[in-house]
Structures are given as structure tokens and as C-alpha cells.
Ligand binder design. Sequence first.
Ligand SMILES: *Cc1c(COP(=O)(O)O)cnc(C)c1O
Length: 357
Amino acid sequence: MSRFPPRPGILEVEPYVGGEARIPGVAEPVRLAANENPLGPSPRAVAAYRDLAGTLHRYPDGGASALRAGLAELHGLQAENIVCGAGSDELISLLVRAYAGPGDEVLHSAHGFLMYPIAAKTAGATVVPAPERNLTADVDALLARAGERTRLVFLANPNNPTGTHLPEAEVRRLLDGLPEHTLLVLDAAYAEYVEAADYTDGARLVEETGRVVMTRTFSKIYGLAALRLGWAYCPPEVADVLHRIRGPFNVGVPAQAAGLAALGDQAHVRDSAAHNARWRAWFAEQLARLNMRAEPSQGNFVLVPFADAAGAAEYLKSRGILVRRMASYGLPGHLRITIGSEPDMRALVDALQDCPK
Ligand SMILES: *Cc1c(COP(=O)(O)O)cnc(C)c1O
């Protein structure tokens, strides 16, 4: 028995384990385990970051006003309804802390992003997973589990790790069927990669309905994962709540400055999306040649089924390549592989020739 038992739920949390980044004895492993942008950030973001070195004794603008104005302009949103966070992970945690506690339920689809159950258990709320169909969120299964106690529904669209998305019509059907007291969080971390014409990131739904929060991140296509920067677009009452409970300086100066500079380089965003589309398609062709396949994906990663996924991951590691095992997501027969640089992808396909499949 612990002398200092934490609050209910916390010991049920399985600590989040990120994608592996190192292999002992390998100087520069091929890192395809964390959905990072192989092109890195915009050079403008790097320059903005470097320019700060002389003013590190100054506190950040706690309201991140320049960054919020930049986001509002780029996306056509209301700046006052944007809340920035130390990664979208922080915003997910704040949303749960604000709206769900013991006795409340937090609903998510079975293979949804792991931060949702972690944040919910941390707050003492009950986690309710809804089964998926074809590795895709199932609106009927979600609605069947929504009720009196459901305070939050988290839907990553497209989802990590499955890569699948719900079309706008399905998102609207979900929203229409949810109780009035339930807030729907649309996590659009991979929105910039999506090619499907029937997709919405959810920003318009936030404004139209007042029952949706959209979260976004600079960690994926903007290539700024190290700086920890995300944002949420909220109904005004939710923005007000998040501002009350966030740390007063939750987003550092380097993140604000580099993020704002990155927004000014949309050519880099387009290049990153084009790189991803090209090499994801190329990888699918190469897998077919090896009698393998990837699940369809709208993201910068694909799920690949293996007869022995653990053995395959070990083999790839022995060849200096890191991919993500999926047992913690309930997908022990798959590996999640990030679309990397051209040399990364060629090295991967080379290694897959001899890999146990
Ligand atoms: C990577 C990812 C995030 C981003 O997390 P940050 O804290 O912003 O780095 C959020 N949601 C999903 C589904 C992700 O895959």
C-alpha cells in the first residue's frame, strides 16, 4: 500500500510510451515511429527560434496573441476562440480536467489516440471505448454508448494509429445523435495531410453548433514536435474555461515565435503534404510487390499487418529502422510506419524484402 495514494483512477493509467528514437550502437537510426515530418520545420521557423537566444530572460506573452491572430487569419477563424497549449496533448488534458471527473464518462473509438484514456483516467473519469468497423470509428457504436453521463467524446479525424477518417456527413450524424450536454472534440492533428474530398477539420462545426472543439498541432506537418505547440478552436464558453485553468505561461516564447513564423511558410506545408502523398503511394506499390499491404491512410503514416508484428519490428530494428508497435492500441498484428524521407523509405523497403512477414 502506498503511503500517498494518488486520486482515484491515476494508478489505472498506463504511462504513455512514445515511439522509440534510439538503437544502441546505431548513430542515426531511421526513425519511422513517431509521425514526425521528414522534411523538418520551415527554415523560417528555425530562424525565428535562433533569433530568440538573446531574450530568454523574458516571460512569454501568456495570451499568445500574435500566434492566435496568425492562426485566425490563416484559417479564417475568430482569434478570441483559439486557445494555445503545450502540444495538443495539454489541451486534451485540460478539456478532460475541465469537463469530466468521477462519475462522468469519456467516450472514444476503440483504436483512438492513447492520450484520451490517459487524460480521462487521470481526471478520475470512466473511459468508454466503442468498437470500430474496418479500423474506422463507427458512429452507431459511439452513439449506442453515449448517455446521461457522457461529458466528452474524442474523435481523432483522421485517426492515429489507424489512418482512417470519417467523412463530414458522418461527423455531423454523430453530433446530431449526441446528447446536448456532450462536447465533441475533433482532434485534427493530421488535417493538412488529408486528400479525401468529403473531409472536414471541424472548424465550421465549432462555430455552427457551439458543441464542438477542434484541436490542432504544430508537431506533425509543421515539423515542430520538439517545441510542444498545439491549439484548440472552441465555443466561447469553452475557451473561457480553458483560459482559466491553463498555466499562465503554458506556451513558451520559442514555440510561439517559431509557430508564427511557420504559419507564414505555407509553401513548406504544401511541400510536406506533397512529399507525404508521393511516398505513401510509392510505399503502397512496393508493399504490393512484396505481397504485403498497408491499410488505407489519410495521414503521414500507415498501418501494415504482419503475421508476427513483434518479430518484424525486432528485425527492422536490427537493420537500424524504428517503427511503432501497436499492442498498446489493441492492434498487436500491425506495425505503424511513418512516411519518411526518400532514403528512409528505400532503406525500409530494402529491409522488408528479408523481414519475417
Ligand atoms: C501526434 C498527435 C497529436 C499531437 O500531439 P502534440 O501534443 O500536439 O504533439 C494529437 N492527436 C493525435 C491523434 C496525434 O496523433
